[in-house]
Design a protein around this ligand. Structure first.
Ligand code: 13P
Length: 249
């Protein structure tokens, strides 16, 4: 039986007050969810307030990024120890918005993944092609390159891989179930090359305009083990419907 992994990536949204308000509505809506790990990645400033609400519940906390050094003169950065201290169990690394706007290259992504895993923080590692790369027939090359470079020297435990086609993020254009399944199966093969049989238990989740309307059909795909949700995770009703997706079509 698959154990699904569904995470909300709030990006740069919600104040502390809005975070608390969301959780007051959301937590009762998902309290009976079983067979799915439910994860919330608020901005850093809301982590502590969110932790005070989610501790002892079935909702886990994630950060949206980290810096790989332990401590020191790195103005604006957050370490793994700080995230663990704030109650995080996971961290998103390599999101395309970090790669595009903040210069996170494959080497930085790899260092961040290693730092997180060394300290026992679960990693949600993102890969995905742009529209230009897809149209040029380079999807599989990009996915192979990002996956292999990001995971160089990284072990399989505590690892979730998120396939997020950049052209589907925030655009309302979801990948079709065929497109998602095709790339997820490809990622699974890359993972098998590194981890053998253990690749079967690494969750590969889909992100890019996931909504209450399309989640059911995406979750039935063989190699889709969950979702990373942006816009549709900002409202309790919408994200709880996604978390409570229907397992049979
Ligand atoms: P949207 O769900 O808003 O398309 O965002 C996806 C995403 O980037 C999640 O990390």
């Amino acid at each position: 039986m698959k154990r699904y992994f569904i995470a909300a990536n709030w990006k740069m949204n919600k104040t502390i007050g809005e975070t608390k308000e969301f959780l007051d509505s959301f937590l009762p809506m998902v309290k009976d969810v079983s067979g799915t790990e439910v994860v919330l990645a608020p901005p850093f400033t809301s982590l502590d307030a969110a932790f005070q609400k989610v501790k002892g519940t079935n909702v886990q906390l994630s950060a949206q990024d980290l810096f790989w050094e332990d401590k020191g003169a790195y103005t604006g950065e957050i370490s793994v120890a700080m995230l663990l201290d704030a109650g995080c169990r996971h961290v998103i690394i390599g999101h395309s918005e970090r790669r595009q706007h903040f210069g996170d290259n494959d080497d930085a992504v790899n260092r961040k993944i290693k730092a997180a895993k060394k300290a026992g923080l679960g990693v949600i590692f993102c890969v995905g092609e742009s529209l230009e790369q897809r149209e040029a027939g380079k999807t599989f090359d990009v996915i192979r390159s990002e996956t292999e470079k990001g995971l160089e020297g990284v072990t399989d435990e505590n690892l979730v891989v998120a396939y997020e086609p950049i052209w589907a993020i925030g655009t309302g254009k979801t990948a079709t179930t065929e497109q998602a399944q095709e790339v997820h199966a490809f990622i699974r093969k890359i993972l098998e090359d590194s981890y053998g049989n253990k690749a079967g238990s690494i969750r590969i989740i889909y992100g890019g305009s996931v909504t209450p309307e399309n989640v059911d059909s995406l979750m039935v795909c063989r190699d889709v083990d969950g979702a990373l949700v942006g816009g549709a995770s900002l409202k309790p009703e919408s994200f709880s419907r996604i978390v409570n997706f229907k397992k049979e079509m």
